[in-house]
Design a protein around this ligand. Structure first.
Ligand SMILES: [Zn+2]
Length: 162
C-alpha cells in the first residue's frame, strides 16, 4: 500500500505547488490596488509558515514575532479580504472555526479531527483522476467549477496523560 504524504506547512514541491512568496504577494496586492501595509505583510509571512490557520492563530504568531501591531479584528479583516479576492482559500473546521489556506493551487486536505489541524495532500494523480471522471459528468443546471476533498482521520499515536 502506498502512503499518502501530508504537508502541514508550505514547502516547495513543484513550481505549481507553492504559495506566493512575499514579493509575489506584494505584486498581487498592487494588482488589486491595495497597499502593502506592515499588517498585510505580517499576515502573509505567518500564513506562509502556518499554511492553514485561523485568525487567532495568525494574530498570536504575529504578536510572538513582534513583526507588526495587530489586533484579532484587523487580522480577521485582512484574512477575509484576501479570501474574498481569492488570494487565500478558507475552510471550516468541525469545531466551527474558519481556517484560511495560503495554498490556492489544486490540492486535497487531510483533517485531524481531534486536534483540528488541516494538512495538505498533494496527489496530482488523484486530482487528475477526479477531473477526468467529472469531465464526463453533468449536474443539470450547473457548471462544475471545482471540487473539495477532505480526508478525515484520527491519530493512532497513544496520548500520554499527565
Ligand atoms: Zn490546503
Amino acid at each position: 500500500m502506498k502512503g499518502i504524504t501530508l504537508r502541514g506547512v508550505n514547502r516547495y514541491y513543484m513550481n505549481t505547488h507553492k504559495c506566493p512568496n512575499i514579493e509575489e504577494f506584494k505584486a498581487i496586492l498592487k494588482k488589486h490596488s491595495l497597499k502593502a501595509t506592515p499588517q498585510r505583510l505580517a499576515v502573509h509571512e505567518v500564513m506562509m509558515e502556518l499554511g492553514h490557520a485561523s485568525a487567532d492563530m495568525v494574530t498570536e504568531a504575529i504578536k510572538d514575532k513582534g513583526s507588526a501591531k495587530v489586533t484579532l479584528a484587523s487580522v480577521y479583516n485582512i484574512l477575509t479580504h484576501m479570501a474574498m479576492l481569492g488570494i487565500y482559500h478558507y475552510r471550516m473546521s468541525s469545531n466551527n472555526k474558519m481556517y484560511f489556506d495560503v495554498n490556492t493551487f489544486k490540492h486535497l486536505h487531510f483533517y485531524d479531527k481531534d486536534n483540528h489541524i488541516f494538512r495538505d495532500v498533494i496527489d496530482d494523480d488523484l486530482v487528475s483522476l477526479i477531473e477526468a471522471h467529472l469531465s464526463r459528468k453533468r449536474v443539470k443546471g450547473y457548471k462544475i467549477e471545482g471540487f473539495d476533498i477532505q480526508l478525515i482521520g484520527r491519530s493512532t499515536r497513544k496520548k500520554y496523560l499527565a
